[in-house]
Design a protein around this ligand. Structure first.
Ligand code: DGJ
Length: 763
């Protein structure tokens, strides 16, 4: 890994074994991008990568010695008003009303390691040798403002991170109206844009579209999170790129608020990718001595398809974005009471559910919404973070102690950013909600957004919730957030500063997370937002797992988890086995399939186990034993490979392979069963070609099949059985595993699934 500056040609080359990123200082002293892609040899001069031609009507910024025009130039950080009529990365309003700027090269610094960009979350290093960084300082003389473009290249990952920072040195006031984190340009447009889009309960579906001239973008404008609609991620892949072959560039923004991820193709086929804080309703005044830091963009290059891109994100985010005591640990198997009880519970009911969970082998009991204030439904109570003694007479401290006495850890749900109007908090502080004066105040789920852009609001909530945690024995917190912002306006902020509110809100969320994770470092945090509306990298910095979706139907989950795995590690995906008929879809799926999907995540249960049949309870115990054996491989050690896409056919498949390639777990899922169907081979990936593996599959019929036999014959006649055979890695990857349709019938027919485990046969 190195970052080289060639003084004569004024070219920078950032490279490691896999990737090269080359730029130069142009004749007008601004920065130009010359190449980004697979590693190429370093040379003293790459300036000829600059393309130039005299074109009709082009605006030339430096007539001599060349014919430099910004309109056709791939720029590192394009600005408004230069004759480049594509969207800029930057727009600054100045006191005289002008938006014309000229940021020219002033200096640069190359150093080992990577600096923090606090208060924003970002990837990090643990030792200086893991990465090298470059800071290029550009200066605008008229405003006396510095723009610092920061690049980091990791030694062991095909990753380059970028961010931009502004420092106002001059004594005039400037206003950032647009300040993107990074802009990257490509010479052609033969790409598909990959995005992860959806809605509540169908988050992060994979969507591909062929790039077209003009703008294509995804964004969030909801104020509180990236949203269920679009993830802060885009990738550009070549049209023929598959999971295991071909080029792809991933761009992931480490930010939880309003963002824009935009791809613009010029009519000369040039492609500009830009990510950062959404300029809509963003306006940041900078006075002398002040600075503004943009969030980080994590760029991953893969020449071996989408799987490699995802594996890079998984490793980096698992090891150098997540932090804290839980970062490297397999996660406890939990049971959450939400779908078991909703708001209708008392201590006895909870302990009854917890007892059965313990019997099954569950390790953590999580008490969801409804334990505080007057929270007996979703009309009231949010904001009143003191226990509802009618439901829980011994408080959270008493309940957590009793749950621990059962041999389980105790976890608690909170939704700290919200308030119901029917609450003591709102009655005391009606001006603490986000809403505009003399305007209608919309609500969603009967709740309003607390103004976290104000420090006093964050302070108050912190004190309230920290008291509950201090008094009880809490090992896990599910931090929920269930509505988007409307009528964005802060009553605690000067009218001239309202453009800062959306970003400051997110900084307030980060501040509260920082305080709570600092005071309670041993607690495992899981973020959540009406299911998976806040699945973003910045959240993983604070909470190493995220509730993936409110949709707990196993078959729908194959799509949601498949899409989520494009960027996010398996260990970060909250995934539970829930009851049937499923509460979102009323679909019935075998209990084995519900677990077979949930294994590829944090794994837990979201139902009352007391209501299961004997056969089902047996399966649950077996599932928990299985997960305890394999969770280290699935969550901590292994690499995840997508094999068959739920977006392309009736079957879904994925697998995890250990780093040493001696072990693997494979999941295969079908939607509808097929009669008299064609043969099926499941081709694996990531194995060692020359290793002989023992392949095992538990072919015990599903519990429902078992229960049906019991009904007919008065006893269960199906026997536990495991099919085993041996095969070399090359066979498993090239010829595949033959799948017996009869096994799928016994596994439940529709929505049946199989789990294969692979183990190296020791010589
Ligand atoms: C939305 C979450 O996604 C659910 O899991 C649950 O915690 C509810 N909120 C509780 O209100």
């Amino acid at each position: 890994m190195a970052i080289i500056f060639h003084e004569e040609s004024r070219c920078f080359h950032l490279y490691n074994n896999e990737v090269s990123y080359i730029m130069r200082i142009m004749e007008n002293e601004q920065m130009e991008n010359l190449y980004y892609g697979k590693r190429i040899h370093d040379k003293a001069d790459f300036t000829y990568f600059h393309d130039e031609a005299m074109r009709s009507q082009m605006s030339v910024c430096i007539p001599e010695p060349g014919i430099l025009s910004m309109q056709y130039t791939r720029q590192e950080y394009p600005v408004y008003g230069t004759g480049d009529y594509r969207s800029p990365a930057l727009c600054i309003a100045q006191e005289n009303g002008s938006r014309i700027v000229n940021f020219v090269y002033a200096s640069h610094e190359i150093y080992k390691g990577k600096k923090e960009i606090l208060p924003l979350p970002a990837t990090y290093v643990e030792s200086e040798d893991e990465a090298e960084s470059l800071e290029i300082t550009l200066h605008d003389e008229v405003m006396d403002t510095d723009l610092i473009l920061t690049y980091t290249i990791y030694a062991d990952y095909p990753v380059i991170t970028r961010n931009a920072r502004f420092e106002q040195k001059g004594n005039s006031k400037i206003v950032l109206e647009r300040a993107m984190s990074a802009s990257v340009e490509f010479l052609d447009m033969d790409y598909e844009m990959v995005q992860l889009s959806g809605a509540w309960s169908r988050e992060r579906y994979v969507k591909n579209r062929k790039l077209e001239m003009g703008i294509q973008a995804v964004q969030s404008l909801n104020g509180t999170c990236c949203g269920a609609e679009h993830n802060p991620f885009v990738a550009l892949k070549r049209v023929h790129t598959t999971e295991n072959q071909g080029e792809v560039y991933g761009f992931s923004l480490v930010y939880s608020g309003n963002y824009l991820a935009q791809v613009e193709v010029s009519t000369f086929d040039m492609t500009r990718v830009m990510l950062g804080i959404n300029p809509e309703d963003f306006c940041w005044e900078l006075k002398q001595g002040e600075s503004f830091q943009t969030p980080e963009v994590v760029m991953v290059y893969s020449d071996k398809g989408l799987n490699k891109m995802s594996q890079t994100y998984h490793r980096l985010y698992r090891k150098r974005l997540m932090r804290g005591e839980w970062r490297d640990k397999a996660r406890p198997i939990l049971l959450n009471n939400w779908e078991a009880t909703y708001f209708d519970f008392n201590e006895e009911k909870i302990l009854n559910i917890a007892k059965k969970a313990k019997e099954a082998g569950v390790e953590l009991f999580v008490l969801d919404d409804g334990w505080f204030g007057a929270r007996n439904d979703d009309y009231r109570g949010l904001g009143d973070w003191y226990v509802n003694l009618d439901k829980l007479p011994d408080g959270i401290s008493g309940l957590s102690r009793k749950v621990e006495e059962l041999g389980l850890k105790f976890g608690l749900w909170v939704e700290l950013e919200m308030v119901n109007k029917d609450s003591d908090l709102y009655r005391a502080h009606p001006d603490w909600i986000i809403s505009a004066p003399e305007r209608f105040e919309s609500h969603a789920r009967h709740q309003n957004v607390l103004d976290f852009s104000r420090k006093e609001v964050v302070d108050y909530i912190y004190e309230m919730i920290a008291k509950v945690i201090r008094e009880s024995s809490i090992s896990y917190i599910k931090w929920d957030m269930n509505r988007y912002m409307t009528e964005p306006y802060s009553k605690g902020t000067d009218s001239s500063q309202q453009g800062k509110v959306m970003h400051k809100y997110i900084l307030g969320v980060y501040d509260l997370y920082t305080r709570l994770t600092t005071e309670f470092p041993e607690i495992l945090f899981e973020s959540c937002a009406s299911g998976g509306a806040r699945f973003d990298p910045a959240m993983l910095y604070f909470a190493p797992q995220t509730w993936t979706s409110d949709d707990t139907d196993a078959s729908e989950r194959t799509k949601i988890q498949y899409g989520t795995s494009y960027v996010y590690p398996i260990v970060s995906m909250g995934s539970h086995v829930s009851a049937v008929p499923n509460h979102q879809l009323h679909r019935i799926t075998p209990i084995e399939t519900r677990a077979n999907v949930a294994y590829f995540g944090t794994f837990g249960y979201e139902l009352d186990l007391n209501l299961l049949s004997e056969a089902e309870m047996e399966r649950v115990k077996k599932q928990i034993t299985f997960m305890k054996e394999y969770r280290n491989l699935i969550q901590v050690d292994g690499d995840f490979y997508r094999l068959l896409s739920p977006f392309e056919g009736n079957e879904t498949s994925w697998m995890v392979v250990s780093q040493n390639k001696e072990q693997a777990v494979v999941g295969f899922y079908q939607r509808l069963n097929k009669v008299n169907a064609s043969w099926l081979r499941l081709k694996l990936a990531g194995l060692d070609e020359n290793t002989l593996y023992e392949v095992s599959c538990d072919m015990t019929p599903s519990a429902s099949y078992d229960d049906r036999l019991a009904e007919i014959y008065g006893a269960r006649t199906s026997e536990e059985m495991v099919k085993t055979y041996t095969a070399y890695g090359d066979e498993l990857m090239q010829a595949g595993i033959p799948i017996d349709r009869e096994d799928l019938n016994k596994k439940g027919g529709d929505f049946a699934s199989l789990i294969y485990t692979l183990k190296k046969v020791q010589d």
